[in-house]
Ligand binder design. Structure first.
Ligand code: SF4
Length: 267
């Protein structure tokens, strides 16, 4: 049984950056200090748990927070939350990924120029909630601006663009805001699918980019499982398989990929 690992394993740039920002903030932590992240700083429960043990508390809203420091996650935060933090005089540390910021700036520009903004992505995801807050209310303009969630599957995006082109418009501006890391990971995963008869996708169940990698694997017809840790694997998955492909999301630590490979070897 062969094991092949996708070329782009390990943390992406934006995730590494957010974790460094959080760890630096935690270094100076005193007993009375409170440091929060607004939502999980990255979408990997095991990494978030590790940071929690060092003192980073995850909050879902700002209602009960009166002081301390709030770190904005790699996905960004809605304008209302940023305003709330400012009004309460809470210290803010922004760990929004620069690629997410780039998409936010495009939305700002489109709004200013009177475009109807279409965001292709998962509406419940924090990145999209933040973009929607910048876009504001739907405009009835015939000028349309289209952007994508940074972790979108390229094929999904192209299909949505085709649908939009069927609408009544005077002008359509399309931006490729899928980040490089996402594109590379999707490509590396597709390339493994050519050789492998089983795919293991590693990453947070709440991670949009990991779920998209899993979607790509499932759609190919190759047996595929999405796991967060080595403990979820079952021996029966590997029976009769010749080549196991390993791919991982942008917020999956190398150490977890290694643990999973070691366990597969033991199987
Ligand atoms: S997946 Fe891309 S957009 Fe998201 S944090 Fe990583 S580098 Fe940034």
């Amino acid at each position: 049984m062969k094991i092949k690992i996708a070329e782009c394993a390990g943390f992406c740039f934006g995730v590494k950056r957010a974790i460094n920002i959080a760890e630096n903030a935690l270094k100076g932590l005193k007993a009375k200090d409170n440091i929060y992240s607004l939502g999980p700083i990255i979408h990997n429960p095991q990494v978030v748990e590790g940071l929690f043990k060092k003192g980073l508390q995850v909050i879902s809203d700002l209602e009960k927070i009166k002081d301390g420091t709030v770190i904005i996650s790699s996905h960004g935060a809605p304008l209302e939350a940023l305003k709330d933090i400012k009004e309460k005089g809470i210290k803010l540390i922004d760990a929004t990924c620069p690629f997410v910021k780039y998409a936010q700036n495009i939305v700002k520009g489109l709004k200013k120029d009177g475009y109807r903004i279409i965001i292709v992505g998962d509406s419940a995801h924090p990145e999209i909630k933040a973009l929607k807050s910048i876009a504001g209310k739907d405009k009835k303009s015939k000028k349309i601006g289209v952007i994508s969630q940074t972790t979108q599957n390229k094929e999904n995006y192209i299909n949505e663009i085709k649908n939009i082109l069927g609408e009544d418009f005077s002008e359509v501006k399309v931006f490729n805001t899928i980040c490089n890391d996402t594109s590379k990971r999707q490509l590396a995963t597709r390339s493994l699918l050519k050789d492998c008869d089983l795919m293991i996708v590693i990453g947070g169940k709440n991670s949009a980019n990991t779920r998209r990698l899993w979607q790509i694997c499932k759609e190919s017809g190759v047996d595929s499982f999405h796991i967060e840790t080595e403990l979820e694997m079952k021996t029966k998955w590997f029976k009769g398989k010749d080549c196991i492909g390993i791919t991982s999301g942008a917020s999956t630590p190398d150490s977890m990929v290694k643990k999973i490979i070691e366990r597969i070897r033991r199987f």
